[in-house]
Ligand binder design. Structure first.
Ligand code: DGJ
Length: 555
């Protein structure tokens, strides 16, 4: 007996010995989101990670051969992460037969280049339409029903109400995640997953297939009604208003609870897309629980209503539906091509939604966006779309990423402490006052001393309070002056200003800046009357630089 139990113990412990390293390592260190101070950060290999990314064009990652010359270019552009499509049609060519050749190739190449990957799961939907699902799904309309529009025409959009579709998508996605767990749970090359792409019904405000019409006529699900009641006081104003106007009912059909009209159609679609995506995400997370996000084709100014833009996608005004219906989706992410980048981030950071921008612009505007998102909104990552066809290694995104890469440990530390700010300036808004630590920073578009009225189009900065009287600022085409937040002597002078770089988190000073590099004006008496010394930080146009400033006060 004793011998038997001893033997059993040996077998078990030797099994544990063999199995433990892969299991425990992967489970404890799997990339995950963590709330740190006021922000949510992505933790990779036990440390917060700033995602400096670019998204490949839709078809690039389908061919390893095509990708070959692209990888080294992405490295030269200073990316640390690539957003790459993995499609259902490629991984499950026949039902139940999986082929991960392309996935494995992407992992191999990314690892060789020391890049991380965010996989975009193009399953049932891509930009509203259904084009990336497996062929055997496309050709079986009876089993995998489609959206039907007002005219009774079926569209090339899978219906969210197709249970077989949902389960087939979930099965394929779970197989992908199981595979990733097997091949990547030690390396963590893949750090996040995008669920589908820009979902929503195009061409009508809602699906009018028989199953959808039946669901629309049925009472709203209890889960959603409970959510509304439990979160009554924290619902976002857009949904709260619709519910209030319809009389705050707690039971009834969609039109009884939310009123008649396209807004209700969109709410119905948002709930159904959320439920579908939640199920797929849940099935994947059960295999390998990477963070997941959904991305949004945001309403455009010319759109007249839902259906002109994908109806039911995670628009800011329906975030509550997504929160209620998709607890297994971690982030509701905006694809931002519109000019009001700050306004959109404001809408997408409500209710504690972590900020990640999977698609946006490159160029100088993209650099400004990235600085602002990381500095002001605690963003996890930024990613211009179609990165392989964007500016080469001398473009502004590569230059901005070079700076952000150096600053990353500091940015992540100060995001968690709440001692960081981002500024995004245009001629319409040429200055901003930022209260940070013991001082207020007045950040302005850079002025030319001899013609102060001629301003650049765009300026941006990240400001970090690194000590009681010390700041690290990185920016382009801005100037910065200081006023005290604390009682005491009124004028803030520059004790010393260094430009420099961070190497492995350590400050390496370059020039000590003085003279023309910090003198902003010579009307010293006018400046003194404003409690200003006439000096400040000045960041020239072009590639952003880093400066470290120590301050003192006088009267
Ligand atoms: C948004 C989509 O999500 C991308 O896949 C891509 O098609 C871009 N639009 C093109 O601008």
């Amino acid at each position: 007996m004793k011998l038997r139990s001893l033997l059993c113990g040996t077998v078990i412990s030797s099994f544990v010995l063999v199995a433990a390293p892969a299991q425990t390592k992967s489970d404890s260190k799997i990339p995950h989101l963590e709330k740190r101070g006021p922000v949510t950060q992505l933790i990779v290999d036990g440390k917060p990670f700033l995602v400096l990314a670019g998204e490949l064009h839709n078809s690039s990652s389908s061919s390893l051969e095509y990708m070959k010359p692209i990888w080294p270019r992405l490295v030269k552009m200073n990316l640390n992460t690539v957003l790459a499509v993995v499609s259902w049609e490629q991984v499950e060519p026949a039902e139940g037969r999986f082929d991960f050749t392309v996935v494995d190739g992407l992992l191999r190449e990314a690892r060789q280049q020391h890049l991380r990957l965010v996989i975009l799961w193009f399953g049932s939907w891509k930009n509203g339409t259904s084009r990336y699902e497996a062929d055997w799904v496309k050709t079986d309309q009876a089993r995998f029903p489609r959206v039907v529009n007002k005219d009774g025409k079926s569209l090339e959009i899978l219906s969210t109400l197709g249970e077989a579709t949902r389960e087939a998508d979930a099965k394929a996605f779970a197989a992908l995640m199981r595979h990733l767990r097997a091949v990547d749970s030690r390396d963590h090359t893949v750090i996040m997953i995008q669920m589908q792409n820009e979902v929503g019904v195009l061409g009508d405000s809602r699906d009018r297939s028989p199953a959808a019409n039946a669901a629309f006529a049925r009472p709203v699900s209890k889960e959603l009604l409970d959510y509304l009641q439990q979160h009554k006081n924290t619902l976002l104003p857009e949904l709260r208003k619709i519910w209030d106007v319809a009389g705050n009912k707690t039971a009834g059909t969609w039109e009884e609870i939310f009123g008649k009209g396209t807004a209700t159609d969109e709410i119905f679609q948002a709930w159904n897309y959320a439920r579908f995506c939640n199920r797929v995400s849940e099935a994947g997370k059960a295999e390998y629980a990477l963070p997941t996000f959904v991305n949004t084709w945001i309403v455009q100014p010319e759109d007249k209503g839902p259906g002109d833009y994908p109806s039911g996608g995670p628009q800011a005004h329906v975030h509550d539906l997504w929160r209620a219906g998709a607890p297994k989706i971690d982030i509701l992410a905006p694809d931002i091509y519109l000019p009001d980048f700050p306004g959109i981030l404001k809408m997408y950071s409500r209710s504690g939604n972590p900020v990640f921008i999977p698609e946006s612009r490159a160029g100088a505007g993209g650099a400004a966006n990235a600085f602002f998102a990381f500095g002001q909104f605690g963003a996890i990552g930024y990613s211009p779309f179609g990165i392989e066809a964007q500016e080469g290694e001398n473009g502004m995104i590569p230059k901005a990423y070079a700076m952000l890469g150096q600053l990353a440990p500091l940015i992540l530390e100060h995001q968690a402490k709440g001692s960081i700010a981002g500024v995004w300036l245009t001629r319409e808004k040429p200055s901003e006052k930022v209260s940070l630590g013991n001082y207020t920073l007045n950040v302005e578009l850079r002025k030319q001393r001899r013609s102060p009225a001629s301003l650049p189009d765009l300026g941006y900065a990240i400001c970090l309070a690194t000590g009681p009287d010390e700041y690290v600022v990185s920016g382009s085409d801005v100037q910065v002056t200081f006023t005290p937040n604390m009682p005491g002597l009124p004028i803030v002078g520059l004790l010393s200003v260094e430009e420099g770089a961070f190497k492995d988190g350590k400050w390496i000073p370059g020039r000590r800046l003085n003279g023309d590099e910090v003198q902003l004006r010579y009307d010293l008496s006018v400046a003194a009357a404003e409690n200003q010394p006439g000096t400040g930080l000045r960041f020239p146009a072009g590639a952003p630089g880093i400066q470290r400033v120590k301050l003192y006060r006088y009267r």
